[in-house]
Design a protein around this ligand. Structure first.
Ligand SMILES: C[S@@+](CC[C@H](N)C(=O)[O-])C[C@H]1O[C@@H](n2cnc3c(N)ncnc32)[C@H](O)[C@@H]1O
Length: 224
């Protein structure tokens, strides 16, 4: 899905749900269904005062949740429309929302980060290795990177190629395509280790819980 398609997605959602401040969600969601799998505990203890960035924040729900816990958090998204939507709904929480590609933001700033998260966001939607290296350069010692991606086995088969195209429908019914790096956990672990991070957890999540195949791959890592 191109930046223009994400912009169109955000504009259509804003038309359905006009810009007004919303309460931050009560839980961090790593899957696309509420209430499944872990929440912020995968990021360690108290997040109060910790410096966190979400890559590909979309409408900003998880960024807002982290801000509500007292984290100093920035949501990054390459779509101006998504950032406008996130700021309209959750700017009041203290979260900062910045329009940028994930790699431009990570490579353009120097401040050390305590955690980086991506939930069906930039990680998996852009070439993984360079982005993982950019993450490891910005994380502080023991800093964490945690991300969720659509599970490569979600249809019951493993993709023949690491680049796949999912058919999606915009809110107004217009069909669009999302291109992603659909790689298995062994390849993620290899790329993460090469980027200088240690894998601390790999979870296959089922959302809904009775799904036949795992729908979400959640990977947690930390800097040595
Ligand atoms: C499925 S949405 C994210 C949902 C959001 N993380 C959540 O939890 O609700 C994917 C988002 O990633 C953004 N995105 C895709 N590639 C990106 C990149 N390279 N840098 C920054 N944002 C990106 C898109 O604009 C889109 O808003």
């Amino acid at each position: 899905m191109t930046v223009e398609a994400w912009d169109a997605h955000a504009a259509q959602r804003l038309a359905q749900d006009p810009p007004k401040p919303l309460a931050p969600p009560v839980r961090m969601e790593w899957t696309q269904r509420p209430g499944i799998g872990p929440g912020t505990e995968v990021l360690g203890g108290s997040l109060c005062g910790r410096r966190i960035v979400e890559l590909g924040c979309g409408p900003g729900r998880n960024t807002a949740h982290l801000a509500g816990l007292g984290a100093r958090v920035t949501g990054i998204d390459s779509s101006r429309g998504q950032i406008r939507r996130a700021a309209a709904h959750y700017g009041h929480t203290g979260a900062e929302f910045v329009r940028s590609t994930a790699s431009a933001y990570l490579n353009g700033e120097r401040e050390r980060l305590d955690a980086i998260v991506s939930i069906f966001g930039a990680i998996g939607l852009t070439e993984p290795f360079k982005l993982l290296v950019a993450c490891s350069r910005r994380l502080s010692r023991n800093g964490m990177l945690a991300f969720s991606v659509p599970h490569p086995q979600r249809t019951g088969t493993i993709p023949a190629s690491p680049r796949t195209r999912d058919q999606l429908t915009l809110p107004d019914g217009t069909p669009t395509v999302v291109e992603r790096w659909d790689i298995g956990s062994a390849s993620w672990v290899q790329a993460i280790n090469r980027a200088g991070l240690l894998v601390t957890g790999v979870q296959d999540l089922f959302a809904p819980v009775d799904a036949r195949w795992p729908t979400t791959l959640l990977i947690t890592t930390r800097m040595p």
